[in-house]
Design a protein around this ligand. Sequence first.
Ligand code: UVW
Length: 327
Amino acid sequence: MDTQNGQVPPLRELLGAEPVNNWGRWGEDDELGSVNYLGRSEALAGVAEVRSGESFTLQVQMGRQGGEGDPVWPGRFSIRRKNVRDAQKWADGQTGLDPYPGGLQDADDVAEIALQGSTQYDALGHTWYDGKIWNGYDASTTAGELAKASILPIAEHGIVGRGVLVDMARHRGKRFLDKGETFTHEDLQAAAEQQGVELRPRDVLVVRTGFIGSYYSRDAGEFYEDFVEPGLTYSRELAEWFQAMEIPNLVTDTIANEVTYDPRTGVLLPLHAVFLRNLGITMTEIAQLDELADACAEEGRWSFLYTAAPLKVVGGTGAPVNPIVVR
Ligand code: UVW
């Protein structure tokens, strides 16, 4: 790691005094960012990709039984779900379970969830630096709940468009990328070219590393050890490419959408600052892309209708989602 005096530079230094930026592009009140790019013609461009009607859901299971828990960013927890009504509780005569007229019985449950603890959309106000979030709102607006740039405007809008899957793992002849393995926007373009798919402006960019899929076949201790995911790395050219391509949404099968530490400087998650704060690109993490990738590879067809509706959590920093792709 080439850090000056072993120091990790601040994001301001890494991204520059004048970072690639979309602030103000949709007005000073904007909270949607690059999702503004998705309108009727983008939805129709997605619909135009549908051939067979085959559909895929991209969320990982929440609260998987018999495993080590769901894959989450270290420190977060998997859903904690419990029944408050069920056949056993009816049989036990639990207080509060008064019989319904007619004898109908039911099961009911409650859950504590990390809103970023499953496949999820990140709100634009989820991460920041230098005291400013997306569009220049003050970071103090995040106190208690996100008063600005929460997940709500994105959830109210929804995501519908042409999606393209770029399979970096297949491109590199691997089942899944290694910990800390990096790639650039140029690698994405080369992989797309090899797949024979055109990346068009305003596409929802879906990138497969195989990493989340690998969680289910490896030891959880080994998966989390020295936690460094594979993914995109920051360069100014990459930020400019995402801006020029008007990418509204990046979807990956990793927990945090990018290589965990910038390999050159050691900065943690610099693309969270570039995409969410500066460009207003919402990020979808922990997607399960393996089945979709197999189907795309079988037919050599990598574009589709992508739809997603994160939950409408008022003030949320993100929200769980089960995106649906139709091919
Ligand atoms: C962090 O906030 C650290 O990551 P994520 O965007 O994956 O939730």
